[in-house]
Design a protein around this ligand. Sequence first.
Ligand SMILES: [Zn+2]
Length: 293
Amino acid sequence: MPCAIGVRIAGASLSAASVDGNRVAGPIHYYPREGDDSLAELPAESFGEALRRTIEQAAAGAEITAIGIGAPGIIREGLIEESPNLPQLKGLHLGALLSAAFPDCAMLILNDADAVAAGIAATRGQLDRVTRVWTLGVGLGFGRYPRTEGIWEAAHCVVTLDPKEKFCGCGGVGHLEGILGYRAMRLRFMDMEPEEIFQQATEGDERCRNFANLWHRALAGATASSIHLDGPGKFYLTGPNSRFVETGLLHVLLHDMVKMSTLQGSYFEVIPTPDEIAIIGAALNAERVMAAR
Ligand SMILES: [Zn+2]
């Protein structure tokens, strides 16, 4: 039986599985396994080799028709243009490398957050609707289903004009990620971990409460910008730092920022997105590329 393979490249691991009918159809295979070098230590060529082997394990001998790969960073036409978490991959033409290894199948390399958005839409039976997701982790991701061409680095949209807001990993001033990113929060509070900041915010510490409010305002602001550009709808919040989200507060702040009557009706939901969600979404997008051929 021919199969589609979905792959997720996350910070520290890559995972792959065969996908059928918007469900993972076999076991999820991971790299690294015990005894393997960590992803961060792999040079680009060995990374390609590890990826190829993991895809072959997921296919388990079946013919592969499509491969979708969700990866962090900016990827265009198979070329990794920016890769903040795995810097050795910057400039790697992953598409060409995999096309050489799997010459007969449709190939799509897409932003991880777009894969997550598609996976959410598929597993919730809402492939007929626009689905957007913020992934909150070390950095920040913004994903959309259906996927559209473009850069879509919404994590770096400007949410404040304060020149002192310069904690974004990209170096830009006033960015969303410079307020919400885990790394940015550690730079801002040199004496406290993000977990402690949000804990003390709930206990009423003024400095921490003010920051928690800013954090939610920034997320509401970036979401309001998306609504003003792309229309209202449902926004999912996921990733390790979605545990800091106070959904009620976020709704109140968003409501203050979006007033045009035709743009009302958006809402937030916090959900866990295990690897299989991104794997399903990556495979689904690759199959659409194949169908469009
Ligand atoms: Zn930035």
